[in-house]
Design a protein around this ligand. Structure first.
Ligand code: FDP
Length: 411
C-alpha cells in the first residue's frame, strides 16, 4: 500500500467508527436529529501534507464539515477553541517566570465563594474573546461569570452575523487552578449547546427590570441537560497539551506538536477500558460518602469487587488530568455526594455534563450513583452535581450497589 492509501484507509476507519457510534443500537448514543449525524457519504480528500504532519485538528474539522456541511459553524467555534487552548497552554507554562506576573490571587471571589486566581480571570477573558469574535456565539456561561452573558449583541458588526447559526458555550476556563502554582496539570472544559434565537438581548433598549424576561430566556438557553450537548471538549495542560473532543460520535484526542504549533490527532476513536483497577476520588472524604459507595470502594481495595481486581489510588485533584488518565487507563474518577456536600463539589453545566459526554462517547458511564449525569437539567448555572464516571463495568457496579441499597430500604 502506498503512503496515501495507508493514510486514507486509517481515516476511513476513523470515519466508519464515528458513524458506528451513532447506531441506534448503541445505548450510549444520544437522541440526536439527523443534523448531528456524521455521514460517510463522500470519501475524504487527503493530501501528502497530512502524511508528513499527521492530521491536524483544523484538517479533522474541515473533513467533518466537508462531509457534513450543516456542522460548518461548529468548525468555526473549534477554530477559536484551538487557538484559545494554545494560548492558555503558553500562559500556564510561562506562569512560573517572575516576568509573567500571572501567578497568585486576583483579590476577587467568584460567585461560588472561591478565591479567583489571576489565571482564572485572564483565561476566562481569553476564551470569551476567542469565542465571541467567531460571531457564532449566542450565549456564554462560565465558572468565572456570575450570570450567563449574551455577547453577540455587543459585537461591533453584529449585523454581519445575524443569519448565522449560533451556539451556547459553557466553560470552566482553568479547572484545577488551585494547583497551578505547584505546576500540577490544569485544564479547560467546554460544552456546546444549540442556541435559541429568542434570547437575544438588546442592552441599549432596556433597563435591568425591563430586560428581566429576556434575561430569563437567555438563562434558559444555558440551563440544558447534557443530553442536548452537540459537542464537548477539554484541553489538558500537562507534560503535553492535549485537546480531547466529541461531536456526539466517538471521542478523539489531539496532542499539541509544539514545533508545528498544531494539535495533531494522536488518539483516534478513544475507548475507555471496560474494567480497571484505579480509584480516583478524594479519599479523605470516604467516611462521609453514601454507604453503597463506601462499601463498593472497600470491596475494590480488598480485591473482592466484581472484577476481583485489587484497586489502587491515583488522585491528582485536578479534574481534567484525572479524567484524562481515566479515559486512557480506565478506572473510576469521582467527586461523590457526601454528608457535608450532598451535591458533591463539581459543577454540572461546565464540568459534569461535558466530561460525562466525552466519557460516554468513549464507551464509559457517568452517574451520580442514582441517575445518569447527562439526564439532569440544571436549575441554576453554577449548580453542583455528584459525579462518578469511568470504566463501564466499574461504574455499573456502583450503580448496582445504590440500586440494591434502595431496594433493601423499601423491603
Ligand atoms: P479546583 O478546586 O482546584 O478548581 O473543579 C474543582 C476542582 O479543582 C477539580 O478540578 C478537582 O477535581 C476538585 O476540585 C478537587 O477537589 P478537592 O480538593 O476537594 O479534592
Amino acid at each position: 500500500m502506498n503512503r496515501i492509501a495507508v493514510f486514507s484507509s486509517t481515516i476511513l476507519l476513523i470515519l466508519a467508527s464515528r458513524v458506528e457510534s451513532f447506531s441506534p443500537a448503541n445505548p450510549l448514543s444520544k437522541n440526536v436529529d439527523s443534523r448531528h449525524i456524521i455521514h460517510q457519504a463522500k470519501a475524504p480528500v487527503f493530501d501528502e501534507v497530512c502524511d508528513v504532519t499527521g492530521i491536524t485538528l483544523k484538517r479533522f474539522m474541515s473533513e467533518v464539515v466537508l462531509l457534513n456541511p450543516e456542522l460548518g459553524e461548529l468548525g468555526t467555534l473549534f477554530g477559536a477553541i484551538d487557538t484559545a487552548c494554545k494560548a492558555i497552554s503558553n500562559l500556564v507554562k510561562r506562569s512560573q517566570l517572575p516576568s509573567s506576573e500571572t501567578l497568585g490571587y486576583q483579590g476577587e471571589v467568584n460567585i461560588q465563594g472561591e478565591d479567583q486566581k489571576k489565571l482564572d480571570v485572564i483565561t476566562n477573558d481569553l476564551l470569551k474573546r476567542a469565542l465571541r469574535f467567531t460571531g457564532r456565539l449566542g450565549v456564554l456561561a462560565s465558572e468565572e461569570e456570575d450570570e450567563p452573558l449574551d455577547l453577540i449583541s455587543s459585537l461591533p458588526n453584529e449585523a454581519i452575523f445575524s443569519d448565522t447559526e449560533k451556539y451556547v458555550c459553557v466553560f470552566d476556563p482553568l479547572d484545577g487552578s488551585s494547583n497551578v502554582d505547584a505546576g500540577i496539570p490544569t485544564g479547560t472544559i467546554i460544552g456546546i449547546y444549540e442556541h435559541d434565537e429568542t434570547c437575544a438581548i438588546d442592552f441599549d433598549d432596556c433597563t435591568d427590570d425591563e430586560c428581566s424576561e429576556q434575561e430569563a430566556q437567555c438563562l434558559a438557553n444555558t440551563l440544558q441537560a447534557g443530553n442536548n450537548l452537540v459537542a464537548a471538549a477539554y484541553c489538558l495542560y500537562s507534560s503535553s497539551t492535549f485537546l480531547v473532543l466529541t461531536l456526539g460520535a466517538g471521542t478523539y484526542g489531539f496532542t499539541l506538536d509544539e514545533n508545528l504549533g498544531e494539535f495533531i490527532l494522536s488518539h483516534p476513536a478513544m475507548k475507555i477500558p471496560e474494567t480497571s483497577s484505579i480509584i480516583s476520588m478524594n479519599e479523605a472524604n470516604t467516611f462521609m460518602w453514601d454507604q453503597p459507595l463506601q462499601d463498593t470502594v472497600m470491596k475494590w481495595k480488598r480485591g473482592e469487587g466484581k472484577s476481583g481486581n485489587s484497586f489502587s489510588s491515583r488522585y491528582i485533584g485536578s479534574m481534567v488530568g484525572d479524567v484524562h488518565r481515566t479515559l486512557l487507563y480506565g478506572g473510576i474518577f469521582g467527586y461523590p455526594s457526601d454528608t457535608k456536600n450532598p451535591n458533591g463539589k463539581l459543577r454540572l453545566l461546565y464540568e459534569g455534563a461535558p466530561m460525562s459526554f466525552i466519557v460516554e462517547q468513549a464507551g464509559g458511564l457517568a452517574t451520580t450513583g442514582k441517575q445518569r449525569v447527562m439526564e439532569i437539567t440544571p436549575d441554576y448555572v453554577h449548580q453542583r452535581v455528584p459525579i462518578i464516571l469511568g470504566s463501564k463495568n466499574d461504574v455499573q457496579e456502583v450503580i448496582d450497589a445504590y440500586e440494591n441499597a434502595s431496594a433493601s430500604a423499601v423491603a
